[in-house]
Design a binder for this molecule. Sequence first.
Ligand code: FAD
Length: 282
Amino acid sequence: MATTPYSFELFPPKTEEGAEKLKLVVKRLAERKPEYFSVTFGAGGSTQEGTFETVQMVMQETGCEAAPHLSCISSTRERIRDQLARYREAGVKRIVALRGDLPATATSHSSAPGELHYANELVEFIRDEHGDHFELEVGAYPEMHPQAPDIDTDFANFKRKMDAGADAAITQYFFNIDAFDHFMEHCTAAGIKQPIIPGIMPIVNFEQIVRFSKACGADVPRWLHYGMERYKDDNDSLRDFGHDVITRLCSKLIERGVPSIHFYTLNQSKPTLRLVDSLGLS
Ligand code: FAD
């Protein structure tokens, strides 16, 4: 029986109806005793307020731990200080600390609005203000962050935020396990000891995977692209195919002894729970 723990990522709902639906999804997911739920910011124009409300809902409805994603872009030290105080008062003990995406108006990293420009500065700030109160996760990019000038610079930047005091990193999703292996070799060589947790995206919609992957720089290998395209008008078959692909990927990761798996649930319980069951994780 596999014993790899796992966590579930959610995004704040945009409508009342979405909020009611999410409560049911969260209850179903919580029955499988995840380590925690994390809640994104910014998807589809949602705000940090939506993140706060969803974090509270998860904690109240399930008693599970909930971790807000917190970004520093376009913000000030004062505003981040207030957000941290509010989260701490609400009982939050874990934060996914991110820079966030550059606004379209920024011409370079350094022209990004806000007082803190990179995730390593945010991690440092949270450690300075709150010591070890929060467990801090950061983002990792086995296939390189899409705006990085090259893979070595990107890795050096990744190490900087681990050295600043991150407890663990969650990866951007990937379909190519060689990318993850290569990244892990780099981490070992660089003396990074913190857990690196693979982020896993269930395959439920062909166009969505292609769109997301283009935006975040995740490679969709040709065999997978054509394999999904074959079923683009038959969603049940696409989900079955995708389920098999992602189950194989997760099995290989579990064989490698990954410390945990982070599922990008897209606010749906079925595709993720099907994976959890097939992998014998629950
Ligand atoms: P950073 O680590 O700051 O890196 C950003 C870029 O700057 C990289 O190219 C890096 O090489 C470079 N860089 C980093 N530090 C330095 C430095 N000190 N000097 C010079 N260059 C540097 N987006 C959302 O909008 N909402 C979410 O909720 C969200 N959740 C995410 C969760 C996970 C697990 C991951 C992996 C990503 C998530 N994202 C989310 C996407 C993320 O916001 C973007 O990828 C963003 O562009 C980078 O954030 P980061 O914290 O990884 O940035």
